[in-house]
Design a binder for this molecule. Structure first.
Ligand SMILES: Nc1nc2c(c(=O)[nH]1)N(C=O)[C@@H](CNc1ccc(C(=O)N[C@@H](CCC(=O)O)C(=O)O)cc1)CN2
Ligand SMILES: Nc1ncnc2c1ncn2[C@@H]1O[C@H](COP(=O)(O)OP(=O)(O)OP(=O)(O)O)[C@@H](O)[C@H]1O
Length: 190
C-alpha cells in the first residue's frame, strides 16, 4: 500500500481502540523498550502524545527515562517551516497544548539535533524494512536528517508491521527498531 492508503487505514484502526486499550498497549510498549540495548546513552528525544488521536501514550516511557536520570528532550513544531526545535525537559519546563493538540515545551535550553542519541518516533504505520508513515508533513524526516548518523531511531506502534510502503523516497529516514505491544522489530543490518 502507499502512504496515503496506510494513513487512512491506520487512522481508522486507531479509532476502533478504546482509551483503555490504548493505555494497555502503551504500557506493553514501555515494558518492551526495557529490553532494547539503548540504555547506556544520555540524550533521549520523546514525543508527548496527542490524546485525541489515540497515539501511543508515552507517559510511562517518560517516567522510565526520568527514573534512569536521562536527559529528556522534547520538541516544539513550527508548522510554517515544518521544523522541530528541541528543548531539554527540566523542573521549570512549562508544557502547553498547541492548536494541533500537541503538548509542547514553551522554550528553555535548546538542544541541537546532533546532541540527541536516541529518538522515539511517532508513526501511523511501518513496514518490514523499517520505513514509516506519519501524518504527512515530513517533520520527523527533516528532523532526523539533521541528527547524527549514529542516532538510534525507535518507532512506537500500537499495531503490527505492514509488508511494504510502496512509495518510500530518499527523504524517508528508516527506523532502527520498532516496538509494538507484542514485538520488537530490529531493522539494523537489514
Ligand atoms: N505527539 C506527536 N507530536 C508530534 C508529531 C506526532 O506525530 N505526534 N509530529 C510528527 O510529525 C509532528 C507534528 N505533526 C503533525 C502533522 C500534521 C498534523 C495534522 O495535519 N493534523 C490534522 C489532520 C491530520 C490527521 O488527523 O491525520 C488535524 O489535526 O486536523 C498534526 C501534527 C511533531 N510533533
Ligand atoms: N529532509 C527533508 N527535506 C525537505 N523536505 C522533506 C524532507 N523529508 C520529507 N520532506 C517532505 O515532507 C513531505 C512529507 O513527507 P512524508 O509523506 O514522508 O511525511 P511523514 O513521514 O508521513 O510525516 P512526519 O515525518 O511528519 O511524521 C514530503 O513532501 C517530503 O518531500
Amino acid at each position: 500500500m502507499n502512504k496515503n492508503q496506510l494513513r487512512n487505514k491506520y487512522r481508522d484502526l486507531r479509532e476502533t481502540l478504546s482509551s483503555e486499550e490504548v493505555e494497555k498497549r502503551s504500557l506493553k510498549i514501555a515494558n518492551q523498550l526495557l529490553e532494547l540495548p539503548v540504555w547506556e546513552l544520555s540524550f533521549y528525544h520523546i514525543f508527548l502524545s496527542i490524546k485525541e488521536k489515540k497515539e501511543v501514550d508515552t507517559e510511562a516511557i517518560l517516567h522510565v527515562l526520568q527514573g534512569k536520570d536521562k536527559n529528556v528532550v522534547l520538541s516544539k513544531a513550527d508548522f510554517k517551516t515544518g521544523s522541530l526545535t528541541n528543548y531539554l525537559l527540566t523542573d521549570n519546563t512549562k508544557i502547553n497544548v498547541n492548536s494541533w493538540g500537541i503538548p509542547e515545551p514553551e522554550g528553555g535550553i535548546e538542544i541541537k539535533p546532533e546532541q540527541i542519541e536516541v529518538v522515539f518516533v511517532p508513526l501511523l504505520a511501518f513496514d518490514q524494512k523499517g520505513s514509516r508513515v506519519g501524518y504527512g508533513k515530513g517533520f520527523y524526516d527533516r528532523f532526523l536528517s539533521h541528527c547524527s548518523i549514529d542516532v538510534i531511531k525507535i518507532g512506537l506502534s500500537l499495531f503490527e508491521v505492514e509488508e511494504e510502503i510502496s512509495d518510500v523516497t530518499k527523504n524517508d529516514v528508516p527506523l532502527d527498531y520498532c516496538v509494538t505491544p507484542e514485538k520488537i522489530y530490529n531493522f539494523k543490518n537489514l
